[in-house]
Ligand binder design. Sequence first.
Ligand code: ARG
Length: 579
Amino acid sequence: MADPIIYVSARIADAFVKVAGALADGVDPAVRQSDHADAQVNGSLALAKAMGEPPRDVATKILEVAELADVCSNAEVAGPGFINLTFANEFLARELVASSTSAKLGVRSATILRRVVVDYSAPNVAKEMHVGHLRSTVIGDALVRMLMYVGHTVIRENHVGDWGTPFGMLIEHLVDSGEVSTAEELSVGDLDSFYRGARKKFDESEDFQNRARARVVALQSGDVETLRLWKLLVAESTRYFQTIYRTLGVLLQDADVMGESSYNSLLPQVAKRLNEQGLLTTSDGADVVFPSGFTNRENQPLPLIIRKSDGGYNYATSDLACVIDRVERLDASLLLYVVGAPQAQHLQMVAAVAKQAGWLQPPHSMVHVSFGNVLGADRKMLKTRSGDTIKLDALLTEAVERAASAVAEKNPDLSADARSEIARIIGIGAVKYADLSTDRIKDYTFDWDRMLSFDGNTSPYLQYAHARICSIFRRANVDRASVRKITPTIEHPAERELAMRVLQFDSALWDTLDKYSPHRLCTYLYDLTTSFSSFYEQCSVLKADSDDQRRSRLMLCDLTARVIHAGLDLLGIDAPEQM
Ligand code: ARG
């Protein structure tokens, strides 16, 4: 085990049982970080209460039986009956070597390995991806990487919006504009102008409206020519989405697309199964389910519409089909939905109906990994100056351009090729990190200067620290692999602080996965990097006092760099060796 706190927790838990037997059952033995020592045990108070004995006596008993000799240099009763623990430097050194030589830098694998579906990105065909889809893509991809890192089997699903009534007008607009020019427009990402063109005709011409409606019917009844035109729209849009994914460096592939339409053949079955369970009722001519616990403002029960009065199925129906497919076909036990906050109620109702119908029973569960908006400097939704949706590829191009000038300033000696590659890594990383480093539930303000700064909780700061460590090894001409098994001597307080941080990679990642909140990992990496900076300021590495000290400090440098690299990689961000 890597995080010393987790290691010690297990020993304390044993001691609780030795002291109190079955009475220890209900008491949390958790050891926590402390301002007074390395770690603190608070559960001794609760244990004393359960035993009906004075807390300080109980704490003393715990210390008598706890096996801490090899891990703590000091363990003492404090205040009303807490226990303060100080880790032995030799123990930290051993743990560092264990992390350094382990495949996952000390991160524990999951004890229960699950099949997890992560539903993310999910843009809509013939519509520009907006910043909300950017958030879903970036957050979802980070979670995919973290879940895989701890050993789960992860299935990525891109629930592209590729079905529904708007396709009537979109296909008619395609017919009017001609297939070649439509394909051109869509493949360069002019999705919004195409959509707006269709919308405008629809609003202005009754004849067009009639054509569009007839087209929806033709699409739903499987008319061959209509399906061909529909596929053209889908193919051109997904091609454009893929270019964005490649620029962003996310894992999503064409094969991960499971659009709404892929559930079409299951939709009648959803209705049938709901009906057989007696859950389906008619309301205003539509087939609906009233999941318990959902009401509108007037306290009326809220329906989830399964089949509209015109016979068409709904967004919610595909999502129910989706649950069935993910649980029954894919055998996934955890379904994550990385979707914006406005769809919270929709997803809650889908989950409620799926549970009532018996399709989603423990250990199967679904979790809405919700997120807030991206705001502009005016604190309103991020838009272009003319008020249009921001085109994602334009935004990413700008990020790389801005990074290029920052790199030119910082390191004028780089070759043009190296500079443009590094600018790409820094620019894209900055956009992703800015998104990931704030609590996803909250809105965040898009701010170029802040995200591209080499100071503060930003990816350039972390990438720069990583590159700096790489350069230490280059200058010293030391092979990084040669220091990995060295047991470091921890003497200086800054070495000790850095050691503690490095060892917390394990718990930081688990803490992140616990809440599906990538900003926790970001905060950890930022703290680690700050600890490294102060270590590097206070402790000479290449000019250390002795060869042993130099090798020991190089070992700490290498391990720090690997944790930063691995941490950024889990966020989907590259870390170049020089910049
Ligand atoms: N395409 C939808 C949108 O743009 C998001 C889909 C989210 N996933 C889902 N299974 N409903 O709003």
